[in-house]
Design a protein around this ligand. Structure first.
Ligand SMILES: Cc1cc2nc3c(=O)[nH]c(=O)nc-3n(C[C@H](O)[C@H](O)[C@H](O)COP(=O)(O)OP(=O)(O)OC[C@H]3O[C@@H](n4cnc5c(N)ncnc54)[C@H](O)[C@@H]3O)c2cc1C
Length: 377
């Protein structure tokens, strides 16, 4: 017999689990989350977990404000272990035009009530993070109360909360196709599910699921090669630090550091060996004490890249919704966006923040979010 449910959520990453929780909170019943693999095993599981207020458009800054609230309060709200590491966030540049844009973004954040953003010159950067080499650096922006989380802890908290409201979860259940039969959606996987409503939350895989339905999305996977070092910078402040000119990224990871280079595209044949060679060259200038650090292990995961820096969120067609394509910002922004989407689906949209501009059917916008934190050419 075909199983019938009210809402099928496809994908149990941070977005899908948050949609499930917030829909249940809105009073929706008969909700099932299916995942091709394990909950939190997609981009969410490989994420660096940085949560920052530093964005350049009013919408992303507001989403950050809400995302920061979500992560800072998650442990208390969900009564589940979700550790907040208040490490801070630091962007650096030696390019005058990027410095100007960082200053403008900081002014916008302040105008929206987020006063905790500091525009620093090279000397102030040396005082704040003495391990940063400032040769050629003009300045940067620093938000000391931004932080870092373990995204799978957030997934676990959301799953627990959703389960307590009756949501079901099914792992190792890959959806192969979505078919419409009148007002009913048929979800074709290991079995057939029928539902009144589907919410696709399948990260970068969403592109393939939507194509047969006539929606061509630009979301695509890009491997991000990173490494965890042996213990380093013990006792020192290590904000999540990104040199916007080179893409060099350094953040605290337990006693060691996580190091990576954020690129808009990986060059052909790129991998850990090349990344670590480039890291050592860049670190000799930007973080000299780290250039010859021992690497404890390599890590890699696919980022959900593509688009204009904003996620794709909203109605695709009658009964079919989606939320995906966070472009590397989904840990911080998916929980608040999932809440806004759940409220919209339930017919009670949040009147204080309009997300209709995020429609999956939008054409590429001129006002793209530029602070996507990869190397700026
Ligand atoms: C290395 C790295 C670093 C990052 N750093 C940050 C950061 O510092 N801060 C930040 O905010 N974000 C960061 N991100 C981005 C962030 O992790 C993603 O934007 C976010 O996790 C996306 O969540 P999601 O739920 O949309 O997708 P995912 O976590 O990818 O979840 C999608 C789920 O859908 C499932 N699925 C796919 N296809 C199907 C199917 N056909 N049937 C059933 N299930 C399916 C998958 O198994 C998966 O579990 C980073 C990402 C990576 C990879």
């Amino acid at each position: 017999m075909t199983e019938r449910i009210g809402t099928a959520i496809i994908g149990g990453g941070i977005a899908g689990c948050a949609v499930a929780h917030y829909l249940a909170e809105e009073g929706e019943t008969s909700i099932l989350v299916v995942d091709a693999d394990e909950l939190g095993s997609g981009s969410t599981g490989g994420s660096f977990g940085g949560v920052r207020q530093q964005f350049s458009t009013p919408l992303e800054i507001e989403l950050s404000r809400r995302g920061l609230d979500f992560w800072r309060s998650a442990e208390r709200v969900f009564e589940s272990p979700v550790t907040w590491h208040a490490n801070g966030y630091l962007f650096l540049t030696g390019q005058p035009e990027i410095m100007t844009k960082l200053g403008e973004a900081a002014a916008l954040q302040r105008s929206m009530g987020l006063n905790d953003v500091h525009v620093l010159d090279a000397e102030q950067i040396r005082e704040t993070v003495p391990w940063v080499g400032t040769d050629g650096v003009l300045g940067g922006t620093y938000t000391p109360h931004d932080g870092k989380v373990t995204p799978t802890e957030g997934v676990a908290a959301l799953v627990r909360a959703a389960r307590s409201r009756g949501v079901s979860f099914r792992e190792h259940w890959p959806v192969r196709a979505l078919e419409r039969d009148g007002r009913t959606w048929r979800i074709v996987g290991p079995d057939i599910l029928e539902s009144d409503r589907v919410v696709v939350c399948a990260g970068y895989w969403t592109t393939d699921l939507m194509r047969p339905l006539g929606l061509e999305l630009t979301i695509r996977p890009m491997p991000l090669y990173a490494a965890i070092t042996a213990p380093a910078l013990t006792g020192q402040r290590v904000p999540l630090t990104i040199d916007l000119d080179s893409g060099l990224l350094i953040e605290r990871e337990a006693d060691g550091l996580l190091v990576a280079i954020l690129l808009e595209e990986n060059p052909p044949a790129y991998g850990h060996a090349q990344m670590l060679e480039d890291f050592a060259d860049l670190a000799r200038v930007r973080a000299p004490s780290l250039a010859d650090l021992r690497i404890a292990r390599n890590v890699v995961a696919n980022v959900d890249l593509g688009g204009d820096g904003h996620p794709y969120v909203g109605l695709v067609e009658d009964g079919l919704w989606m939320i995906a394509g966070f472009g590397g910002h989904g840990v911080m922004h998916a929980p608040p966006v999932a809440k806004l989407l759940a409220q919209t689906i339930a017919g009670r949209p949040d009147s204080t923040l309009d997300i209709s501009s995020l429609s999956p059917w939008r054409s590429p916008e001129a006002a793209a979010e530029w602070m996507v934190a990869s190397k700026k050419g």
